[in-house]
Design a protein around this ligand. Structure first.
Ligand code: SAH
Ligand code: MG
Length: 196
């Protein structure tokens, strides 16, 4: 299994697929354990790496993960099958902003798709979160560029950094959730509902 994980990491690097950093997934796995998380919704599967890492580390956990890119979706299915995790990881091939999963709720929602759409994901998927659930977002630091967007080097990248900065502001000012930010990996945020 360790060999296969390394293979996925190598594939991701070669194909330029931004999979989560080891430190970040370790952090999330600890959170899953401490909070007794049983159901996870992930936005942004890529090749299934983070979903597989969560499922391997936590026997109880069931994961639904959404991916809109067909090639990655197929690669993810293949990888999940190789690990024998088909019964615990369900991959949905669709744009997360178009998905309708009314009736389902999750203990943990992990946002890790298009950086420019973070606010939209949060606004939509908060309604799929259990009462004591947690929303985790990856790449909050964006390679050290958040807060230093003049170093981005291109207008496009600068715009993206700006969007993440807006997301951070959105989280800080959110009336319903309280958020902590962690400098682990590429930066993670952890949001839970405020007490009423
Ligand atoms: N969570 C993965 C990495 C995801 S990379 C891991 O750590 O292993 C981000 C992925 O989100 C990409 O594969 C991209 O195709 C997908 N994505 C981007 N916007 C999306 C959307 N609106 N709906 C579903 N998937 C999306
Ligand atoms: Mg990420």
């Amino acid at each position: 299994m360790i060999e296969f994980i390394k293979e996925m990491e190598k594939y991701a690097e070669e194909e330029n697929i931004p999979i989560i950093e080891r430190k970040s997934i370790d952090f999330i796995n600890k959170l899953i354990e401490i909070q007794n998380v049983e159901t996870v919704l992930e936005i942004g599967t890529a090749i299934g790496y983070s979903a597989i890492m969560m499922a391997l580390a936590n026997e109880k956990v069931k994961i639904t993960t959404i991916e809109k890119d067909e090639k990655r979706y197929i690669e993810a299915l293949k990888n999940i099958k190789k690990c024998g995790l088909e019964s615990r990881i369900n991959v949905v091939f669709q744009d997360a902003l178009e998905v309708n999963m009314a009736g389902f709720n999750y203990d943990l929602i992990f946002i890790d798709a298009a950086k420019g759409q973070y606010i939209k994901y949060f606004d939509k998927f908060q309604y799929y979160l259990n009462e004591d659930g947690t929303i985790v977002t990856d790449n909050i630091g964006f390679h050290g560029l958040v807060g230093n967007k003049e170093q981005a080097g291109s207008k496009n990248l600068e715009k993206l950094v700006e969007k993440i900065e807006n997301y951070i502001e959105f989280l800080k000012n959110n009336p319903d959730f309280v958020t902590k930010f962690y400098e682990v990996g590429d930066g993670l945020s952890v949001s839970i509902r405020k007490e009423k």
